[in-house]
Write a protein that binds this ligand. Structure first.
Ligand code: BGC
Length: 423
């Protein structure tokens, strides 16, 4: 009698669990063999787009500390931006005899801005203006990161002309034009828009453009291919996508590697550690059983913002051959985990825009190698880059997953995802 009652109770409990629907995979790991985990308690990583206010840049700490297993993975935007600016300045100095194509004493550059509300984009605009001396500070001491439109006469108040002295000769540096490359339906970092912009700019003041700078390689390559390559105007981007690195042989000026190989690893690794219930530093700062470990020169962790930041490296004609394939995993963290201790788990992961060159041609192929090494069964969702619903509508059944990796469309929109996970 007693036994029968116990069995009935067990059956009822099992049914109850099934109704909650939260046993997505054969959960034997840290998330507790078969225990139900509420969606709001599952590991969550934000990546590439940091939850933040797109106007002020202020971090959204509520989203970044949504639960004990929430993190952000990105790269050090300021360090990278400084490197990009310095790379452009060094190029100008080292090529001073040939850079000023029309010999007017003004080194003119144009700038492609990705997304004026994205902190990576803002940092890069500031980094270039700061290194070249063209930045103008606001009352808070921040360099203005607004697009100038066109500034061929040097009268814009958003930027200023600067002077550069090389070998006893003084040159002026001028930001001739800059524009946020957003298309008519709202997609940012848009390559076609950048390709069209260089067409418009070069048609009216092409002989004054000595340097092309872009917040990323996607837009940079569009401008290079549409105009700069044929005119031998050096073009600088960011991301070290394979096609951009290869183009350095054809006159592309340089790019910055944001260590996507390290970021993609960290994106999945923080989830893996939480799912296994092991120390958060496992396989990151501390060697794991398979031998994976990152050295301090490739990343840093900021406990306050719960953020992992990969460090950047400049890629120029001096070292580009080492960066030709952007899809190779980072060797020190490429060892296969044991399925006995890290059993297969299901992860929901989105890419904000399936047409974003960096995320689709560099980041995702890397993730797809690490997911196997880390025994994660990842479902990849591609957004349209414009409306948050193109991603959110695909997160209707969070209970079917053990963990989430989110690349928002707009950095302000973290609360929409959080609400979906709270239900
Ligand atoms: C990359 C861009 C990309 C953007 C998307 C940036 O870090 O440099 O290429 O478009 O992220 O959020």
């Amino acid at each position: 009698m007693k036994k029968a009652l116990a069995l009935t109770l067990a059956a009822t409990m099992a049914l109850g669990l099934a109704a909650c629907g939260s046993t997505p995979s054969n959960s034997e790991g840290g998330n507790g063999g078969g225990e139900t985990v509420a969606n709001k308690d599952k590991p969550l990583v934000w990546f590439n787009r940091q939850p933040s206010n797109s106007t002020t840049g202020e971090l959204n700490m509520e989203a970044l500390s949504f639960n004990d297993n929430t993190y952000y993975v990105g790269f050090d935007a300021n360090q990278g931006a400084e490197l990009q600016g310095q790379m452009v300045l060094d190029y100008i100095k080292n090529n001073i005899d040939t850079i000023d194509k029309n010999g007017d004493g003004i080194i003119g550059y144009v700038l492609a801005i990705g997304d004026k509300g994205h902190n990576d984009s803002i940092a890069r605009t500031r980094g270039v203006r700061s290194a070249l001396g063209t930045g103008v500070k606001d009352d808070k001491g921040n360099i203005n990161s607004e697009a100038v439109g066109t500034n061929v006469d040097g009268k814009s108040t958003y930027v200023q002309d600067s002077t550069l002295e090389v070998d006893g000769k003084t040159y002026t540096i001028r930001e001739l034009a800059s524009q946020e490359m957003k298309n008519s339906t709202g997609a940012t970092w848009d390559q076609s828009t950048a390709g069209n912009a260089i067409g418009t700019w070069s048609a009216s003041f092409g002989d004054q453009i000595d340097v092309v700078v872009s917040n990323n390689d996607g837009m940079g390559m569009a401008m290079f291919n549409a105009w700069a390559k044929a005119k031998e105007v050096p073009t600088f981007g960011y991301d070290a996508n394979s096609d951009a690195v290869a183009a350095i042989a054809d006159g592309y000026g340089g790019t910055i590697s944001q260590h996507a190989d390290v970021q993609a690893y960290l994106t999945l690794r923080v989830l893996r550690n939480a799912l296994d219930g092991v120390d958060a530093d496992t396989g990151i700062g501390t060697k794991d059983a398979a031998g994976n470990q990152l050295s301090e020169d490739v990343f840093r962790y900021d406990a306050e913002s719960r953020s992992y930041y990969a460090l950047n490296v400049a890629v120029t004609k001096d070292n580009y051959k080492d960066f030709l394939d952007s899809k190779v995993t980072w060797a020190p963290v490429s060892n296969q985990l044991d399925e006995k201790t890290s059993p297969v788990k299901k992860v929901w992961l989105d890419i904000y825009n399936s047409n974003d060159t960096f995320l689709s041609s560099t980041y995702q192929p890397l993730l797809q190698q690490y997911d196997k090494l880390l025994n994660l069964d990842v479902e990849y969702i591609g957004g349209d880059g414009q409306s948050e619903s193109s991603v959110l509508n695909r997160l209707t059944n969070p209970s079917a997953y053990d963990a989430f990796a989110i690349n928002m469309i707009k950095t302000d929109n973290a609360s929409s995802y959080i609400n979906q996970l709270k239900q």
